[in-house]
Design a protein around this ligand. Structure first.
Ligand code: AMP
Length: 395
């Protein structure tokens, strides 16, 4: 079956058409600047990548262009819409209502809408994409795959904040976690690579990209993860602060005369390694900067690696041990310096890294030595494939 995977934001829409039998990508692309002017980037497998300006006042036009490109006589990869068997939508927040992916129905969409308060930027945008797709493909089954669902197995002690309980009762203020599709995919793949039983393995997945989170997966279940009610909690990220003393907000509000919107904008968009270095949120720029003697770039790298190592330590404690650590996403898959620095803190776990193997970029590889007590791996994530698999399983 061919599955169209859609990841829809407020002004952009990423897509991949995946043949679920061969698990290959038939075509992929991106609609950008929806509601502004509009640009479509499209690439069929083995074909040329093209970018064209196209007016996209709403997501409906964007999805129509995607369908047109996929079914185009020359550059298309399917003969007609009928050859697309299902659509898998990435949905950010399923609150406590969704502990797994779900077939999209009117009732299901109502339940997702009820979670909009928890992700006011992301969920409404995701739902616009679903609506547009339903209009243009009314007979195609659709599935919603949630970023939060995998973490619904976290025990209460991991998700309740040290706040008055009434806020959980009234508003469901608790830790949810994100990147669930990736953490699930990578932890499963780690077990496969090790030839171990997924149901009997303690894995820590380090999803280190522009957004970054860590997840403790015990016997196939997420038992803790570093992001919280929102993706702002946890690790220091590209532009997000991660964990800070909440009292800093009051301090800065008074000193800099900032309101809550300005403070949140600063924490989400101007902090992290970008904020610390003043140079870039991209680790390639930070490494080049540090190599050239930029001290703040080096500090940003140091803080990032130290925070990752501390989380790995705390999740080892949470699970009373760890069998495997997997690095994934842009930084985890490509940045050998970060992996090496993080693992340097973990010698007490009996971890030994093979420096040669650790030079790998973007490929599945074991970077620990055969003697290492804990296996350390690079496992490229593939959220689109994971969404396609979930979709096929449900339709
Ligand atoms: P993601 O959010 O998973 O797409 O990751 C994006 C981030 O990965 C970028 O902002 C970079 O910091 C990092 N990244 C991508 N490629 C490399 C590379 N070759 N070396 C180091 N970092 C990289």
């Amino acid at each position: 079956m061919n599955v169209l995977v859609i990841n829809c934001g407020s002004s952009s829409l990423k897509f991949q058409l995946i043949n679920s039998d061969t698990e290959t990508v038939l075509a992929k692309g991106l609609c950008e600047r929806i509601g502004i002017d509009g640009r479509l980037t499209y690439q069929p497998a083995g074909g040329e990548k093209t970018t064209e300006d196209k007016a996209m006042p709403t997501h409906t036009e964007a999805i129509q262009f995607v369908i047109d490109a996929l079914t185009d006589e020359k550059r298309g990869v399917v003969g007609s819409l009928e050859e697309i068997g299902a659509v898998g939508h990435r949905l950010v927040h399923g609150g406590e209502k969704f502990a797994s992916s779900a077939v999209i129905t009117d009732e299901m969409l109502k339940a997702v809408e009820e979670c909009n308060d928890l992700a006011p930027l992301h969920n409404p945008a995701n739902l616009i994409g679903v609506d547009a797709c339903k209009k243009l493909m009314p007979n195609t089954p659709m599935v919603g795959v949630f970023d939060t669902a995998f973490h619904q197995t976290m025990p209460e002690k991991a998700y309740i904040y040290g706040l008055p309980y009434e806020y959980y009762d009234k508003y469901k203020v608790r830790r949810y976690g994100f990147h669930g599709t990736s953490h699930s995919f990578v932890s499963k793949r780690t077990a496969e690579i090790l030839g171990a039983s997924y149901d009997n393995l303690k894995t820590i997945v380090c999803h280190l990209g522009n957004g970054a989170s860590i997840c403790a997966v015990e016997n196939g279940k997420s038992v803790d993860t570093s992001m919280g009610l929102t993706p702002l909690e946890g690790l220091v990220m590209g532009t997000r602060s991660g964990d800070i003393d909440p009292a800093i907000l009051e301090f800065l509000a008074k000193k800099e005369d900032m309101d809550i919107t300005a403070l949140m904008n600063m924490l989400n968009k101007k902090s992290g390694v970008q904020g610390m270095s003043g140079l870039s949120s991209d680790f390639r720029d930070l490494s080049a900067g540090a190599d050239a003697g930029n001290k703040r770039a080096q500090t940003a790298l140091d803080v990032f690696c130290y925070r990752v190592a501390k989380y790995v330590g705390s999740y080892t404690a949470a699970m009373n041990g760890v069998d495997a650590i997997a690095f994934t996403a842009g930084i985890g898959e490509n940045d050998s310096y970060v992996r090496e620095q993080v693992c340097k803190y973990l010698g007490y776990l009996g971890i030994e890294i093979d420096a040669e193997a650790n030079k790998a970029r973007g490929e599945e590889v074991m970077i620990s030595t055969p003697d290492s007590k804990v296996k350390v791996l690079v496992v490229p994530t593939n959220e689109e494939l994971a969404i396609a698999r979930e979709t096929v399983a449900l339709v």
